[in-house]
Each structure stands twice: as C-alpha cells, then as structure tokens.
Design a protein around this ligand. Structure first.
Ligand code: FNR
Length: 364
C-alpha cells in the first residue's frame, strides 16, 4: 500500500520530520518570569508521546516587555535556557522534533492575564510599544508608545539573541512570529503602521522590520537548520474602507522572505484589529496557504485552521495546497491526534510510543 503523504517523512535542511503533522504554537500563560517548568514539560511532552512530527513551542518573548501577559514563556535571558532545554531533550528522546516561536507582542503586550488576573504592579504599561503611538487594540489594552529607530534596532537584536539561546537549548528550528497582530505584523499592516520613516509607508518599508529581523535571526542560528516564519495572510477587514494587510502583499513579502533564507511559511490570518471579520469553517485558511504555495516556489508552506481529520489533512497535501498541516485545538482535545489521523488513513506508523501501540494492537 502507498503511505499517505501525511505520514511520509519530510526533510527541510538538516531537519527530518517523521510525518507532516505539526503542533501549532499555543500560549499557555503558565510561566513565572518566562521560565518553562513542569507544566510545559508535560503539556508539550505528551505531543511527542503522541507522535507529532514537529511541535512548536508557544509564542515566547524575546524581550520581557514583549510578553502578551506576565505569564508568557520567555527567552530574553540565559536563565531561560535550562527550562527550555529540558522540554527539548524530552521531545527528542521520543522521536519528535521541536521548534520555538519567537515573539514580541508590541501594542498587544501587557494584557492583565487571560486565566490568572495579574496585579497592576506586574504590568508594564509604560513600556507598551508599537510602530505607531496612540493606536491601541481596544480599551482593554494599553496605549502604545512609538518605537524610535534605535529601539527598533534593539528589538531586532533581541530576536537574534533569542535565536542564539534557542540554539543553546537545542531546538531544531525557530519560528519568527509575524502573525496575529503582534509587533512584526503591526509593522506589516497599514492599519497599525502609520510611520513616515523607512519603516512605514510603502510595502517595502513596512516589510523592512520583518526582513531585518530575519537577517538577524539567520545570522544567529546555525545555517544548516531551517527557519520558519508565521504570517497572517490578511487583516480580514475587507468590509472596511482604507488600506489593510491582504493576500497580495503576503505573496510579495513571501518572495522576499524566501530570498532572505526562510525555509517555511506558516500561513494563518487575522489578529491585527478588533474590526476583523473571520468566517471560521473547516480549513478556512487553506486557500491562503495554497496561494503562497502556487506563487512562491521554493518556499515550503504550512496550512492551519480547523484541520481536525486525517482525510481532510491528507487531501490538503494531495491537492498540493500545502506541504505540512498544523493543528492547535484538536491537539488539546486529543494529544494523540496523530494516532487518530493514522487510523482515519488506515496506517499504523511504527514509531508511535507505547501508549498508542497498545491501542493499535488492540484495534481500538
Ligand atoms: C493559539 N494560537 C497561537 N498562535 C500563535 O501563532 N502563537 C501562539 O502562541 C498561539 N497561542 C494559542 C493558544 C491557544 C490556546 C489556541 C487555541 C491558539 C493560534 C493557533 O496556533 C492556531 O493558529 C489556531 O488555533 C487555529 O488552529 P486550530 O485550533 O483550528 O487547529
């Protein structure tokens, strides 16, 4: 029998994944001072036992002030390396690969907590920064201060230093977060970037921050290891007047990203403005991934968004709409989701951990 594409290995530079199912990054708001602990070991470790090809660690802050909330994971200091390495080593010990998503939340930082209500003293309202001052997400967010040119250089350097620490922790890849309305997306979109210097205005100028960040990360991460970027393909504000971020600009920037040495583009959407309108449906973001895959040869593409079934995932690959699929919520529901996908496609990968092999042998 032919092995389904979903269960065929894929090699990206020196990284070989056992299958094409990726655990999408998911903030857990369960860190103290940015350090990964037992929670992260168990939360991420179970996806390794579940046979995921690649696990992406949640949006992890490259600067303390770039955390979404005080409970985010961080990699802004060497003190973060051991906790991260412990998770990475466990995942490697069970046959999965692991990357870390590097983030700066920009104007969406310093949120008073999603699950635990942060004390006002834990927040850093004076250090909420963005491309443009005075433009806030909504009245639950602080008003950002505009980054100076020197500060932009410092943030870019922080991404590079974070990549170097991630390498010391042993990760297989880093994913630069330029999606969901965080700082790099804020620079890309004319909705959030009103600058008149070399970082604002034309598409080339709005993409400059991202491209300089990629160059800095590339210089600080081993050349033989791949780099991923996550992007929102659209601000999803077509119902509004005025310029915004869309798939046309995404395709152009994807070409620049590829030429800058990025190996994989993880194609999501939205998150940049409270005015967005999103039509959630199974595979709703796949058409964006497909556009990039068709128009930017040489760049591998991950599709994500309400992919919950093995046959659905396999069809996306068979129809050449993406090279890999990523899943978030269905992995929370079923940490052994890869086993479900395998059953739906009538394959039993031999590398599955004991917990799944018992199921396979008993036909459940
Ligand atoms: C997310 N998502 C997300 N995205 C991202 O790029 N970085 C992150 O840290 C997070 N955090 C996060 C936490 C939780 C609890 C959820 C449910 C989601 C978005 C996620 O990666 C994914 O793109 C969406 O959830 C859509 O995929 P699913 O859930 O439909 O498979």
């Amino acid at each position: 029998d032919k092995v389904p594409l979903l269960f065929q290995p894929i090699t990206i530079k020196n990284l070989t994944l056992a299958n094409r199912v990726v655990v999408a990054p998911m903030c857990q708001y369960s860190s103290k001072d940015g350090i990964m602990g037992d929670y992260h070991l168990v939360h991420l470790g179970r996806f390794a036992l579940g046979g995921a090809g690649l696990i992406l660690i949640e949006a992890t802050a490259v600067e303390a002030r770039g955390r979404i909330s005080p409970d985010d994971t961080g990699i802004w200091s060497d003190a973060h390396i051991p906790g991260t390495k412990r998770v990475v080593d466990f995942v490697h010990g069970h046959g999965s690969k692991i990357g870390i998503q590097l983030n700066h939340a920009g104007r969406k930082s310093s949120v008073p907590g999603y699950y635990r209500k942060s004390e006002p003293s834990e927040l850093w309202l004076d250090e909420v920064v963005g491309p443009t001052g005075n433009l806030r997400w909504d009245d639950k967010h602080f008003v950002p201060r505009e980054l100076s040119l020197d500060e932009i250089s410092e943030v870019i350097k922080a991404f590079g230093a974070a990549a170097r620490r991630a390498e010391q922790a042993g990760v297989d890849t880093v994913e630069i977060h330029a999606a969901h309305g965080y700082l790099l997306h804020q620079f890309l979109s004319p909705v959030t970037n009103k600058r008149t210097d070399k970082y604002g205005g034309s598409l080339e100028n709005r993409a400059r921050m991202l491209l300089e960040t990629i160059a800095e990360v590339r210089a600080n991460f081993p050349a033989e290891k791949p780099i991923f970027v996550r992007i929102s393909a659209s601000d999803n504000v077509e119902h509004l007047e005025g310029p915004s971020w869309d798939i046309e600009q995404t395709v152009q920037v994807a070409k620049w990203i590829r030429d800058a040495g990025v190996d994989v583009l993880h194609v999501s959407s939205a998150g940049n403005t409270a005015d967005q309108k999103i039509a959630y449906a199974p595979g709703y973001q796949v058409p964006y991934a497909e556009r990039v895959k068709k128009e930017v040869p040489g760049l591998l593409v991950i599709a994500v968004g309400v992919i919950t079934n093995g046959r659905q995932a396999e069809a996306i690959l068979q129809e050449d709409k993406a090279d890999m699929v990523a899943v978030a919520r269905a992995f929370l529901r079923y940490p052994n989701l890869v086993y479900n996908f395998a059953k739906e496609l009538s394959v039993i990968p031999r590398y599955l951990a004991q917990c799944n092999m018992f199921l396979a042998r008993s036909g459940l």
